[in-house]
Design a protein around this ligand. Structure first.
Ligand SMILES: *Cc1c(COP(=O)(O)O)cnc(C)c1O
Length: 398
């Protein structure tokens, strides 16, 4: 059929080619994953789903590096945060959190609304949680009022990591009985994460970041100790209750209708990750992150993360010089070059922009994204030095 252009309205500023989704979640969904979910739902109580459910749970265990139980919820990551707290804690219990960025702030607010007492350790949002501060708080807690230590593995809002092993070691040194809960929503499948070996009691994660799947699924992985805590936990719970999920999951089924098409999608995504091999996936993320940091350094722009050992493999938050607007830069980049970047949240609103480099991404795609940022810096009149893209090219060409 001939294309009758005359009947179409004139659209200005259209940009041919693919949109660059460089947000740190949702991330690019690979074509294989899109194809896998493009099908009719199946009977979630039939044999085909049982096999799928078992494969999904089995693969998720491999990604969490756990032999233990995992729960899958039809919810974004926030739902799994809630599930972690209400399945293990009772009204008035104290949780120890570290204010590492916007997501820690949201988790704190949720805990408060659920009737928990939150003891918050402040940080400057430019590094991870401080294991020494956590240890001091636990040492002072001689009555063991603190029932859980909660940390965010990758604070997506600041691009700063909290390394979990030193936190566990601090808890062990103090022989403190609190549970260790880790938000690995944006770190899972971007860097090494060992639920069992690292002694984590509840890990929380979600589908739309490193797992290359659309938003809508989230997870808990639980230790035996967390399952024990469940037996005496008194916060009200029904839909989020681990117990019926655990019973049904043994056979691959769910107590309610699972998000079937997201199961098709995530199963394919996990197959892809396991085919690539987790160590290769992690190394790929580290390489793209390093290229991004080199570009920022060449531009003469400051990273939000000031601790080199805490820089995220999945996202890089970059500060704009004083007196300039990161939001205006992002708006110019979206309008002119059809690329979405992450914005600054909370106290860094308009001060930073975030380049997501997690999930399904190649060096060429990253160079496209960095080229878009460099053009945007020029177009928006943000003071910077030339050569960021070149620095990334030289690094990635090795
Ligand atoms: C994205 C994210 C969340 C929130 O997850 P939703 O899927 O948006 O509910 C929580 N914590 C971290 C670290 C995140 O990156």
């Amino acid at each position: 059929m001939p294309n009758d252009m005359s009947s179409r309205p004139t659209i200005l500023n259209t940009v041919a080619g693919r949109h660059f989704l460089q947000t740190p979640g949702p991330t690019n969904v690979p074509d294989r994953v899109l194809r896998a979910m493009d099908r009719a739902p199946i009977n979630h109580r039939g044999p085909e789903f049982g096999a799928l459910g078992r494969e999904v749970v089995g693969n998720l265990r491999k990604i969490f590096q756990t032999q233990g139980m995992v729960a899958i919820y039809p919810a974004s990551g926030t739902g799994a945060w809630e599930a972690a707290l209400i399945n293990t804690l009772s009204p008035g219990d104290t949780v120890l959190m570290s204010h590492t960025g916007w997501f820690s702030h949201l988790w704190q607010q949720m805990a408060g609304k659920l009737g928990l007492e939150v003891q918050m350790l402040e940080t400057d949002w430019r590094g991870g949680a401080d294991p020494a501060a956590i240890e001091a708080a636990l040492a002072a807690d001689t009555g063991h009022r603190i029932r859980a230590v909660c940390v965010i593995h990758n604070e997506t809002s600041t691009s700063c990591m909290t390394h979990v092993v030193p936190v566990r070691a601090a808890m062990d040194r103090q022989k403190h009985p609190a549970l260790l809960m880790v938000d690995a929503i944006s770190s899972l499948a971007t860097c090494d994460y060992r639920h069992d070996e690292w002694g984590i009691d509840v890990t929380i994660s979600g589908s739309q970041k490193g797992l290359m799947t659309p938003p809508g699924l989230s997870f808990n992985a639980m230790s035996e100790k967390a399952l024990d805590a469940m037996k005496s936990a008194k916060l009200p719970r029904s839909y989020w209750d681990w117990a019926p999920l655990i019973t049904a999951n043994q056979t691959g089924f769910f107590p309610y209708t699972p998000a079937l098409n997201l199961f098709f999608a995530m199963n394919e995504a996990m197959r892809m990750l396991l085919e690539e091999g987790l160590p290769t996936v992690f190394a790929r993320h580290e390489r793209l992150a390093e290229a991004t940091r080199r570009a920022a350094a060449a531009w003469g722009l400051e990273l939000q993360c000031t601790d080199p050992a805490a820089c995220s493999p999945g996202v890089t938050a970059i500060r704009v010089p004083e007196g300039h607007s990161a939001d205006k830069l992002r708006a110019v980049i979206l309008d002119r070059f059809n690329m979405s970047l992450g914005n600054g949240l909370g106290r860094v609103e308009d001060r930073i922009f975030r380049i997501g480099h997690m999930g399904d991404l190649s060096p060429l795609q990253l160079l496209g994204a960095l080229g878009g940022v460099e053009m945007g810096l020029l177009a928006a009149g943000i003071p910077h030095k030339a050569g960021g893209l070149q620095a990334a090219v030289e690094y990635l060409a090795r």
